[in-house]
Design a protein around this ligand. Structure first.
Ligand code: ADP
Length: 191
């Protein structure tokens, strides 16, 4: 079983790449953003709790996303591997994921960082806000707030996985297929 994190700033193309990788390699896609939006759509107690947090572009608590991930990993015992998208986003989340995967006997293999300039991310997010009606993508202040949150809280994870020798970065400023090709080259030796 191969466990991989897809990371990068909001708008770097994590979700798009994840979908292409699932089609190509057959991983199970675990996106904490999708899980949280699903709860909001259902109107569940959890959805009600997190709705305004997502709309503001802040992070929900580590405890909430860690348990969402743990439940979804346990619910897919036969998976060929998991693609973690939008998780971990803080150091405590990364440490929790490391511990959790160690216990399953399939430690994390790789973190793939999607690299794009902030200006490109902003443009992509604002365009998506118009198309998908996502409140957190609707205006430039909220988009910039998410990018700032990313730098403050998520960037430290890069060093965490660099130290473990599990980090690679790929250029995600071109087409999704171009990004997929680079990732496929990196995965060849380990698949
Ligand atoms: P993006 O990468 O465009 O920010 P996501 O779908 O990954 O989109 O996340 C949307 C929102 O969901 C985040 O801004 C945050 O409020 C919440 N969220 C998603 N994943 C996490 C996480 N791992 N920890 C805390 N909050 C999260």
């Amino acid at each position: 079983m191969l466990n991989i994190i897809i990371a990068g700033p909001p708008g770097s193309g994590k979700g798009t790449l994840a979908k292409l990788m699932i089609d190509k390699f057959g991983f199970v896609h675990l996106s904490t953003g999708d899980m949280l939006r699903n709860e909001i759509g259902l109107g569940s107690p959890l959805g009600k709790e997190v709705e305004s947090i997502l709309a503001r572009g802040d992070l929900v608590s580590d405890q909430i996303v860690i348990s969402l991930i743990a439940n979804n990993v346990k619910a897919n015992p036969g998976a060929r591997g998991f693609l973690f998208d939008g998780f971990p986003r803080t150091l405590p989340q990364a440490e929790a994921l490391d511990d959790f995967l160690e216990k399953t006997g399939h430690p994390l293999k790789l973190m793939i960082q999607l690299e794009v300039d902030d200006a490109v991310c902003e443009m992509r997010l604002l365009r998506r806000g118009g198309i998908e009606n996502r409140p957190d993508d609707m205006d430039v202040e909220r988009v910039r707030h998410r990018l700032a949150t990313y730098y403050a809280q998520t960037v430290p994870i890069i060093d965490h996985y660099k130290k473990q020798g599990k980090f690679i970065a790929v250029d995600s400023s071109k087409t999704p297929e171009y990004t997929l090709n680079q990732v496929s080259e990196c995965l060849k030796p380990i698949l």
